[in-house]
Design a protein. Structure first.
Length: 161
């Protein structure tokens, strides 16, 4: 618990996501911590099995740092008889979807072109919902420079401190 929250939370989230630990186990662990108790409680309290990647975990740390409202993780957009899309973060009051992307998602060569096309179709589907005002794409560089992330969020209408 001497490490920064951005380094610790991805490990906590991964353990929860992979069901290597249960929330009750984390609560018990928090009770035994004597060093950096508040920091440990924050990391363990923020732990989420819904984070699909370390980048999503770090993004949640940045949201907290920037004072955004609490987003919904892994929100599902669907219509009967149509496709379904699960987004990384959803700010319902602002109508903003936040997707955390990495280059690996798109592959190389022809695979990259196909993945890019599929992602554009997916985003068009998400934008077709009247409650969605915009989609914000966040990359690792944004997470490493919180002011870049703040600027993107503010432009999209997500309040920050």
């Amino acid at each position: 618990m001497t490490e920064p929250l951005g380094a610790v939370l991805p490990a906590v989230d991964a353990a929860l996501h992979d069901r290597r630990v249960l929330p009750e186990m984390l609560a018990e662990a928090a009770d035994t911590v004597t060093v950096a108790r508040d920091k440990a409680a924050t990391a363990l309290g923020m732990g989420s099995a819904l984070s699909d990647s370390p980048a999503e975990s770090v993004c949640r740390v940045r949201f907290r740092l920037l004072g955004t409202p609490e987003p919904v993780q892994q929100h599902v957009f669907s219509r009967a008889g149509d496709r379904t899309a699960v987004v990384d973060f959803w700010f319902p009051d602002q109508g903003v979807v936040v997707e955390v992307d990495g280059r690996a998602k798109y592959g190389d060569g022809a695979d990259a072109a196909a993945a890019h096309w599929q992602e554009k179709q997916r985003e068009d589907f998400i934008r077709s919902f009247p409650e969605v005002r915009t989609v914000v794409r966040v990359v690792w560089a944004d997470l490493m420079e919180p002011e870049r992330l703040r600027a993107k969020l503010l432009r999209a209408g997500v309040p920050c401190r």
